[in-house]
Design a protein around this ligand. Structure first.
Ligand code: KIV
Length: 275
């Protein structure tokens, strides 16, 4: 059954956990879809893990459309959420609707995600009015890295926690279909989850959120030695891949690969005529 904003809302109401991972290309999206995930996020984290930037700020609409389109081609039942990149919605409500529309029309996403709280309520309302589901993103919002002064846990003081709760209520009232809570203390994320009717998807926000999301390179140990506290490495695919690459290099250099079974045949009389 296709996962949609309706099915994830039902999952929250039934107390069933919602699963989400990032993906940025066709073959990975296909594997994750076949594993039975509910949602794939084409995150602007692709700036770091796919394009080698040091943050998400340089990611463009063209990058997002290109990768979202590839992911959308790879999935059957998974709901695809595409990140709105930095400065694709902050500039105006008009830009927000236009660019959300491009991610749906050209990227074939099922929903868009944008970072920010009540200051973007109007943007969320307008995008939602255009029949585009919006996933909001609160807590550590990486596009605000320079304003935050680094990657830090958010909502730890009473004032910051109150602001986060207020933002969560504002984005829900504006029509958001779900909200990602990133790097938020677990007890605060629990409170937000209890107070909202829409699903909360946590990353570094504890087990009480309605769902969880991770960047696939992090959970497969494919991104060097970088491992944030909230990441669990479910497999050591990075080292497995390196080992396979080393073996390939060795076998090509030694002549062990390709072997007889990897080669194509030609009739003797055909090839002999060419000598
Ligand atoms: O860009 C991304 O991958 C994200 C997740 C970390 C939630 O926003």
């Amino acid at each position: 059954m296709k996962n949609t904003v309706i099915t994830i809302q039902r999952a929250k109401e039934r107390g069933e956990k919602i699963t989400m991972l990032t993906a940025y290309d066709y073959s990975m999206a296909k594997l994750i879809d076949e594993a039975g995930i509910n949602m794939i996020l084409v995150g602007d984290s692709l700036g770091m893990v796919m394009l080698g930037y040091e943050d998400t700020l340089s990611v463009t609409m063209e990058d997002m459309i290109h990768h979202t389109r590839a992911v959308a081609r790879g999935v059957k039942d998974t709901m695809v959420v595409a990140d709105m990149p930095f400065m694709s919605y902050q500039t105006s409500v008009y830009d927000a609707v236009l660019n959300a529309g491009r991610l749906m029309k050209e990227g074939r996403a099922n929903a868009v995600k944008l970072e920010g709280g009540k200051e973007f309520a109007e943007h969320i309302r307008a995008i939602t009015a255009a029949s585009i589901p919006v996933v909001a993103h609160l807590g550590l919002t990486p596009q605000s890295l320079n304003a935050f002064g680094g990657f830090k846990v958010q909502g730890k003081t009473e004032e910051a926690a109150r602001k986060l709760l207020e933002d969560a209520r504002a984005i829900e009232a504006a029509g958001a279909a779900a909200v990602v809570l990133e790097c938020v203390p677990a007890r605060l994320a629990k409170l937000v989850t209890e107070q909202l009717h829409i699903p909360t998807i946590g990353i570094g926000a504890g087990a009480e959120c309605d769902g969880q999301v991770l960047v696939y390179q992090d959970m497969l140990a494919m991104f060097g030695n970088f491992k944030p506290k909230f990441v669990k490495q479910f497999a050591d695919i990075g080292n497995l891949m390196k080992e396979a690459f080393r073996k390939y290099i060795e076998e090509v250099e030694s002549g062990a690969f390709p072997a007889e079974e990897h080669t194509f045949k030609i009739d003797d009389e055909v090839i002999e005529k060419l000598y």
